[in-house]
Write a protein of this length. Structure first.
Length: 194
């Protein structure tokens, strides 16, 4: 659902920009804080690799396939949102590369957002992708796994079981360190009897 929302908002915004602005046009939205600046980007971020658009299309399809393949393993809402943002953003920019001018697989991505803090012009798909990376860092630093559980919760559970003195039924006497004969010859104070 997140991916679909991101994709639709990104594509609608791009259609509105292309139909209402001419390439290179700048419009102040919030003064210098936010501007619309319509450009067509043949490369990656910061227009890197502008002569290799088809490579970005292939890489985009590969990453998209991986995300779709990996998504069913997710059991956490936060990770599901992360993958939804990533998937929607990838689909948004990949759609441009596949179906916009100058041709299939080499289409230019529509970028239109500009803020003074960044030297790049970007779009809503880029915002979703960057947001997913930030969420990835937060979840990773907090130790939250794909199942929604924190790594330290798993460790505490294991320590609790060990502290409780539970011995695995499948262990042999030698593995558990217990000797049945010695246990039979211990008095009530735990001292071995001769």
């Amino acid at each position: 659902m997140v991916a679909l929302c991101v994709y639709l908002v990104d594509q609608i915004a791009k259609v509105l920009v292309v139909s209402n602005l001419y390439e290179g046009q700048q419009v102040q939205v919030l003064g210098q804080l936010l501007q619309f600046h319509f450009v067509k980007n043949p490369g990656a971020a910061f227009s890197i690799g502008s002569g290799s658009t088809w490579i970005f299309s292939i890489v985009g399809v590969g990453v998209l396939g991986f995300v779709i393949w990996y998504a069913p393993r997710i059991r956490s809402t936060a990770w599901a949102i992360l993958f939804g943002l990533l998937l929607g953003g990838l689909l948004g920019n990949l759609t441009d590369r596949l179906f916009r001018e100058p041709g299939f697989g080499v289409g230019h991505v529509v970028d239109f957002l500009q803020i003074p803090l960044l030297p790049a012009i970007f779009n809503l798909a880029d915002v979703a992708i960057v947001s997913s990376m930030m969420l990835f860092l937060i979840l990773t630093l907090r130790g939250i796994g794909l199942d929604g559980r924190r790594a330290d919760e798993d460790d505490e559970g294991g320590e609790h079981d060990d502290a409780g003195g539970n011995v695995d039924v499948g262990q042999s006497d030698e593995e558990s360190g217990a000797d049945i004969d010695d246990a039979a010859h211990v008095d009530e104070h735990g001292k071995p009897q001769a």
